[in-house]
Design a protein around this ligand. Structure first.
Ligand SMILES: [Zn+2]
Length: 135
């Protein structure tokens, strides 16, 4: 299990801000937990999301499905059951609303921030993602 708190750039009240996000990745199970919106009161996180990671093939860079948990989908029926994240050579993309909401792409969403970090640290090995298949 890989678990750490990273500092990411966000827009808060129209201003750039640096905020903490907790990332927990289990390479053996292919599961990812992302906690954000830390409370000042007790340092706990108000927003907790859990995913199952699945890599899919793209021409350039790396791309992943982040499958949401069934309980999360049922609690939020208007939302999709998975997000697509593409980490490219020049830019990164995610189809979640957080990415679209980031003003003029001044900030990433939590999915891009977390996967970029794990990738930079060498944690997203293709062999792990495909269960033995792949480069
Ligand atoms: Zn996203």
């Amino acid at each position: 299990m890989i678990s750490e708190t990273i500092q990411v750039q966000r827009i808060r009240d129209g201003q750039p801000a640096t905020v903490p996000i907790l990332v927990a990745y289990d390479p053996a199970r292919g599961t990812l937990a992302i906690f954000q919106d830390q409370r000042k009161r007790d340092q706990s996180f108000a927003d907790k999301a859990y995913y199952r990671l699945e890599e899919f093939t793209v021409d350039r860079g790396r791309a992943f499905w982040l499958h949401r948990q069934q309980a999360d989908i049922e609690a939020d029926p208007s939302a999709v059951d998975r997000y697509a994240v593409h980490l490219g050579d020049k830019w990164d993309e995610c189809d979640c609303k957080g990415k679209y909401a980031s003003e003029r792409r001044a900030a990433n969403c939590k999915h891009v921030d977390c996967l970029k970090r794990l990738l930079a640290q060498g944690h997203l090995k293709r062999r792990e993602m495909f269960g033995g298949v792949g480069a």
